[in-house]
Ligand binder design. Structure first.
Ligand SMILES: *Cc1c(COP(=O)(O)O)cnc(C)c1O
Length: 400
């Protein structure tokens, strides 16, 4: 049996990582989600509906672009980008949000719920809810609400209820706690739609499967464009959904080297980065076993990166597994490298990338010169419109 069919196992374990450690009232609800997903994953109707949405609403397939100017600048490998920035709403997140909403519809749920940090997952989920005529409840820390006003406006325009979270650090971690609490009271009629390949089983597997479309398209397109497979496939890793989607397309091709790129922030000191696999250790977070960044008290450590979508002290369990087995490699790019890539891709290729995606671009720029005659395919997970004000107000029009 191939890797994707056999992993995770029936209990949601990728090797020793994953699983589901839930508060007792949620156990039956996650079982219901798992059973529903097992059913619909093989349902011709679900697959047909999802295909229709991908094509006629999201605008898939997204293309692969050959980054000729950037390749010439770097010297060495030829660099290509899978253009998830051209997916509706400007990032890969809609791939799993539309599918989660379709699942909710099949399960007869009336509402989608989630937490959001910078608001990207909230906007994607609110979009899916609007499309399907579902209610949407998004929990967001008060600090983030103040920082990310345009995304709050977007969610409200799309008809979502934004619940401000005012306790503790008033940010992403508290938003997760608040959303879980609210979900426990209405799990009969709502679906908690987790925003990456994280959380208790079945979400890491389900979100990977929903993102797999990126890798399936990319493999076919890359062969059509170049006549062969890429030598290196790279993507940024926050929770790890855009990376798993692209990796899944190539994971059964042993000659393709996979690289996950974590955010190294401002330094390798705990608190200055969010490079969980690079500097973390095994542990539990939010109901599953994975690698985590912990402080001296064993609590999830504070994290920093210029890309708020990568700001998480854990990582999807499948990435921890691929790291331990050696099937994928993990490295990191710091804020400055990501900013430099952000400017260079904009100026040299006419593509303004999300700061998250800029980490993958930075890796390709750094790595290209070590691989003359080879090819690198990176995932451009999202567009950078959301970042332009922050970047130019803070750094101007170039780094240094
Ligand atoms: C949210 C986000 C990410 C990080 O999420 P993953 O689950 O690690 O993919 C990366 N890129 C963009 C554009 C995002 O919005």
């Amino acid at each position: 049996m191939g890797y994707l069919k056999s992993t995770p196992d029936r209990n949601g374990f990728f090797g020793e990582y994953g699983g589901a450690d839930l508060p007792p009232p949620l156990v039956p609800h996650f079982k219901e989600i798992t059973e529903a997903y097992d059913r619909i994953a093989h349902s011709a109707e679900f697959i047909r509906d999802l295909r229709y949405i991908r094509k006629h609403f999201q605008g898939r397939p997204t293309p692969i672009s050959y980054l000729k100017n950037l390749s010439d600048d770097c010297g060495g490998a030829q660099i290509y980008a899978k253009r998830e920035d051209l997916n509706h709403t400007g990032a890969h997140k809609l791939n799993h949000c539309m599918a989660e909403a379709l699942l909710a519809k099949f399960m007869g749920k009336k509402k989608l719920m989630a937490e959001t940090g910078a608001g990207q997952h909230g906007v994607a989920l609110a979009t899916a809810a609007a499309y399907f005529g579902l209610e949407c409840e998004i929990h967001m820390g008060e600090i983030d609400i103040a920082k990310e006003a345009p995304n709050v406006t977007r969610m409200k325009l799309l008809g979502a209820e934004v619940v401000p979270v005012g306790f503790g650090g008033r940010s992403l971690k508290e938003a997760v706690d608040s959303c879980f609490q609210s979900y426990i009271g209405q799990a009969d009629t709502a679906l908690f739609a987790i925003g990456s390949v994280v959380g208790p089983h079945p979400f890491p597997r389900m979100v990977r499967d929903f993102q797999h479309v990126v890798g399936i398209e990319a493999r076919e397109q890359f062969i059509e464009m170049t006549g062969g497979l890429p030598d290196i496939v790279a993507a940024c890793v926050g929770g790890g959904s855009n990376a798993m989607g692209l990796f899944a397309g190539f994971i059964e091709d042993p000659d393709v080297t996979l690289y996950g790129v974590e955010p190294l922030g401002t330094s390798s000191k705990l608190g200055d980065h969010a490079a969980t696999i690079t500097y973390g250790e095994d542990g539990m977070i939010h109901g599953f076993r994975t690698m985590v960044l912990r402080d001296e008290n064993g609590e999830p450590a504070p994290v920093h990166t210029v890309a708020s979508g990568l700001d998480y002290p854990g990582v999807g369990p499948e990435h921890a597994h691929l790291y331990r087995t050696g099937r994928a490699n993990y490295t990191a790019a710091n804020d400055k490298e990501a900013l430099n890539a952000f400017y260079q891709l904009s100026r040299r290729e006419g593509i303004i990338p999300a700061l998250e995606s800029a980490h993958a671009v930075a890796f390709a720029m750094r790595e290209a010169k070590n691989h003359p005659g080879k090819t690198i395919l990176l995932n451009l997970s999202g567009r950078g419109d959301k970042d332009i004000d922050y970047v130019t107000e803070t750094y101007g029009f170039s780094v240094e």
